[in-house]
Design a protein around this ligand. Sequence first.
Ligand code: SAM
Length: 277
Amino acid sequence: MEYTETIRQIISRYDLLKDKYRSKHFGQHFLCDQSLLDKIARCALPFDDADIVEIGPGPCGLTRSIIGLCKTNKVYCIEKDYTLEQLHRNVLDGVSNCHIIYGDALKIIPQSLTPSKIIIISNLPYNVGTQLLINWLLNLRNIERMVLMFQKEVADRICASPCTKEYGRLSIISQLLCRVEKLFPVSRLAFYPQPQVNSFVIRLTPKNAEIKNIDNLQKLTQYCFQHRRKMINSILRYYYNESNIELILRKCAIEKTVRPEEISPLKFLELSQYLDI
Ligand code: SAM
């Protein structure tokens, strides 16, 4: 499909930079380089028979790239800023496979939009990016993969290895449930208006791993990373009633003197199965 207007022209025609409220409350920092947007969308291929869910289409730069790669796939976009409705109607005029839902992505379960498998693609708004990812991780049913752009520091935490300062709860839950790949950085200079921070595109592919008691794991990692420099033995003794903490650690082959930041995601999972909240 040929588009007559560039994203920059759309932004200026609809005066999207008029008030700072938009960038502050909706995280509206737009990418205008269509080749960069195409590159992000291509990272989510193959689409096969999945439908696509995009969070925050804004002026539709990424949406256009996604549509350009679709065959019979449908595209569902969730946009919180309903004042963009007229823009969407005009920009997507004649596009029949794209539906915009106006609402808060934090309150909409992506699987409720279609019975098909889904691929989530988004240049996420910074202020809700982490919470959205956690929501999706806790319900990965029908999600084939996710290609997401985050603030670089958040992407670093998602992909971090043990023994680094970025390693923590987000790394553990993300890596237990998904294969995570850091794809490429996006400079803050690529956005319009420019944010204060740089970004990174990552891909998460669900592993179909089943975590039996995710609440146990969440609590354990919460306790541990509140005290990331303390020894695991003393953290567990403080929070759990179990009299046999040392035995449990031995069963999991975890040294009692190691610190939470040294324990791998799989070891955390194993440990959580022995400890009740
Ligand atoms: N997709 C465009 C791009 O790549 O240039 C815009 C991305 S901009 C970083 C984030 C978009 O998410 C904005 O359009 C904003 O209005 C929207 N947004 C912010 N918070 C949202 C939420 N809670 N639910 C749905 N959309 C949201």
